[in-house]
Write a protein that binds this ligand. Structure first.
Ligand code: AMP
Length: 285
């Protein structure tokens, strides 16, 4: 496994690989790698791509300094895991190279209006500007590639797809299913911050989603049901929404069809998110 950190070397590496006929499968991460990340490495590899993974804890997407400080970092384990899962090149850019002006703002920010303002964006102002800006930079340095993202961060994929369309970037976005632990909790780097008791309560997120997948009803009924399941487990609900999977516009009670349920809850100060495909029926049917 090749290991790089300088932007120039990374750009050149990707260029040389493309020139020799390989397609780059870019997998952006913030490290503290787990089974969700490895599923993205495996997906890229099984598509025949040369897997180029990045690890960068991007301070610009944290709207809360405490959250950034306690974000888990496990570099040694990450190197091992990346190697085990077929990563061809692991890039760990430095803060100085990614954001030379940090902590001052950069003059240029990528902001995907509308879709960034709801759900996670509503509770975490500036979060998606930080995500879009860093992902745009990862794409700019890597060059034409396929880029793999997990549906765990469903809104993030919607924001990035919109950015790729609007800026005509030469990147094909591949979305990959959510990987869950045995008890249903979606893998997340933040899970290690949960006490055993909080972790057990966190299982309510996936339970709420499974519950509405089985519940017949309109969007309001499904929203209410998810909220109930979360609150019964003492989870502080940030949102429990049912939306259009592309535009993320909230679903009306007269609509019928496949939609996406998204939830966010805070347990002992740790924010957890999850989502699933659901089917809504019109009210009164
Ligand atoms: P992160 O390191 O949290 O920024 O995540 C890096 C990538 O891994 C993102 O595309 C996430 O959506 C994806 N990811 C994180 N957790 C999971 C999971 N449980 N299942 C699938 N993908 C995931």
């Amino acid at each position: 496994m090749e290991r790089l950190s300088a932007l120039g070397a990374w750009r050149e590496y990707a260029r040389v690989q493309r020139a020799s006929g390989r397609r780059i499968g870019l997998v952006p991460t913030m490290g503290a790698l787990h089974a969700g990340h490895s599923s993205l490495f495996e997906a890229a590899r099984s598509n025949g791509d040369l897997v180029l993974a990045t690890i960068f804890v991007n301070p610009r997407q944290f709207n809360d300094a405490g959250d950034l400080m306690k974000y888990p970092r496990t570099p040694e384990l990450d190197h091992h895991s990346a190697e085990q899962h077929g990563v061809g090149c692991l890039v760990e850019p430095t803060l100085e190279e990614m954001w030379p002006d940090y902590p001052n703002p950069t003059a240029t920010t990528v902001s995907v209006r509308g879709i960034s303002d709801t759900l996670e964006g509503a509770g975490r102002p500036g979060h998606f500007d930080g995500v879009a800006s860093v992902v745009a930079k990862l794409f700019a340095v890597t060059g034409p590639c396929r880029a793999y993202f997990g549906e765990k961060d469903f809104q993030q994929i919607a924001v990035i797809r919109q950015m790729v369309r609007d800026l005509a970037l030469d990147v094909e976005i591949v979305s990959c299913p959510i990987v869950r632990d045995g008890d249903g909790l979606a893998f997340s780097s933040r899970n290690v911050l949960l006490s055993p008791e909080a972790r057990a309560r966190g299982v309510a997120l996936s339970r709420a989603l499974r519950d509405v997948q089985k519940t017949r009803g309109c969007a309001s009924v499904q929203r209410r049901r998810m909220r109930e399941v979360l609150e019964e487990s003492g989870i502080d609900v940030a949102y429990a929404e049912v939306v259009d999977p592309i535009t993320l516009v909230p679903t009306g009670d007269d609509e019928v069809g496949e939609r996406r349920a998204l939830i966010a809850g805070i347990i002992d100060g740790v924010r957890l998110i999850d989502n699933a495909a659901v089917f809504v029926e019109a009210r009164g049917t």
